[in-house]
Ligand binder design. Structure first.
Ligand SMILES: [Zn+2]
Ligand SMILES: [Zn+2]
Length: 287
């Protein structure tokens, strides 16, 4: 994959050697603590043991040493071979970010019914192995994946320039109930990794609680999120007349992104790019 640099560069590509060193350092620190523990009483070990287990698991997540796809070691979280195999740049429709034959400028659906944003960008298809890794990111509390996904996004054609050109980056907000349940907003973590100095965390708000889009058939998704988003009136001047990148992890029907885009239009955004890490195939209703 082409390597690009941008003003939003975050250094997401961590060298395998550095990771191995960090893992070794982690092991020696924990080993040293265990030696000290061996000299302590059983009561102390009863309390400290589980804490060390949690710390070890956390550090293991933060310092991946094997490729999560093929198991190659030492590696970044996804090795270069798997990136080449599963994240090749593709020609995509600027309206819906679905793959297109090279000769086509736009898909028929977008030509007939243009989406509300100015363009859409996606980095990979929502398919193996990314569907599994995104689930790991979102549903198994493995927030460290934001770092790896942001690295791939930065290196994708058109994405780096879009971020450089943007005035602000807005992560798609989660409903408060879902945020409490999950503990983090995956789009916010991605935005922080991609472009921290342009990210506005609370300018775009979810103002209506809606049923999860994944629980609904495609035909009901648009009406489900109609009016669900609004721009914070106190942040309006940071949106009006600005170039905005609206960021989400996955685009399925695009209904949530469309509803958020309409809120940004009402606030006067001058140009809106809908940017996602992964795009489901047309007709898919997952995730
Ligand atoms: Zn691999
Ligand atoms: Zn299209």
């Amino acid at each position: 994959m082409r390597r690009a640099t941008s003003s939003c560069s975050h250094g997401a590509e961590v060298e395998a050697g550095a990771l191995a060193q960090r893992a070794a350092a982690t092991g020696s620190i924990l080993g040293g603590i265990c030696v000290v523990m061996g000299r302590c009483g059983a009561k102390l070990r009863e309390y400290i043991g589980p804490m060390l287990g949690n710390l070890s698991r956390l550090l293991g997540r933060l310092t991946p040493s094997v490729c999560a796809v093929c198991g190659a070691w030492p590696s970044t979280s996804v090795c270069e071979h798997c990136i080449q195999a599963f994240a090749q740049p593709a020609h995509r429709c600027p309206g819906c970010a679905l793959k297109l034959p090279n000769a086509m400028i736009s898909c028929r659906a977008c030509a007939e019914n243009p989406p509300p944003w100015d363009r859409a960008l996606a980095v990979v298809d929502y398919a193996y192995p990314w569907d599994t890794l995104i689930a790991e990111f979102k549903f198994h509390e493995n927030a460290a994946w934001a770092h790896a996904f942001a690295g791939l996004m930065h290196n994708a054609p058109l994405v780096g320039p879009a971020l450089d050109d943007a005035d602000v980056v807005l992560p798609m907000p989660l409903a408060p109930e879902r945020l409490r349940h999950r503990g983090f907003n995956q789009s916010t973590l991605l935005a922080r990794q991609l472009c921290p100095h342009k990210t506005l965390h609370h300018a775009l708000l979810r103002v209506i609680h809606t049923a999860p889009q994944s629980s609904l058939p495609r035909k009901d998704r648009q009406s489900n999120v109609q009016g669900a988003f609004a721009v914070d009136p106190f942040q309006r001047e940071r949106i009006a007349g600005k170039k905005v990148v609206l960021l989400d992890d996955v685009m399925t029907s695009g209904a949530s992104l469309a509803a958020a885009t309409q809120a940004l239009r009402r606030a006067g955004a001058a140009h809106i790019t809908a940017l996602v890490f992964a795009r489901t195939a047309r007709g898919d209703t997952q995730p």
